[in-house]
Design a binder for this molecule. Sequence first.
Ligand SMILES: O=C(CO)COP(=O)(O)O
Length: 166
Amino acid sequence: MSVIKEVIGKENLMPYQKISMGKRKKIALIAHDNKKPDLVEWADFNKDILSQHSLLATGTTGEMLSRELGLEVTRFESGPLGGDQQIGARITEGFIDFLVFFWDPLEPHPHDPDVKALLRIAVVWNIPLACNRASADFMISSPLMSEEYDRLLIDYKSRMEKRYIT
Ligand SMILES: O=C(CO)COP(=O)(O)O
């Protein structure tokens, strides 16, 4: 399924594809174990704003957010069991358009390749991505949180086609 609405851009300049985000954002929330208290505290502070959007999370993070803050959260598998990959797939399909991921820079994890893949896919699809609390503060207080917003993507399709021609 393609979520790309149209290709825009002037001739000879970089063409872009456009993906629309509604006013109600689909926000994925994830935190590694040492960062979970940080995320819960942040989400508690921003509960009113968060409850105006659709929330999704990896298993344990989602469970904590529901249990401790009463937030309605769609839960995927736990990260080590494939939750990061499920979230990455949803980003690609256009069902998630905002990611807050407090990953732990001081601990190795068995699913580090999945974490890296998720961070990469968030960049590929140009979704807002906060990996620490200060970034998340700036992002959630943006006036764009309550606006429609068009994400621009480099026209990857033409780029891929060129690769196959050469
Ligand atoms: O490991 C995670 C992200 O990489 C998070 O998974 P949990 O929310 O299940 O702890």
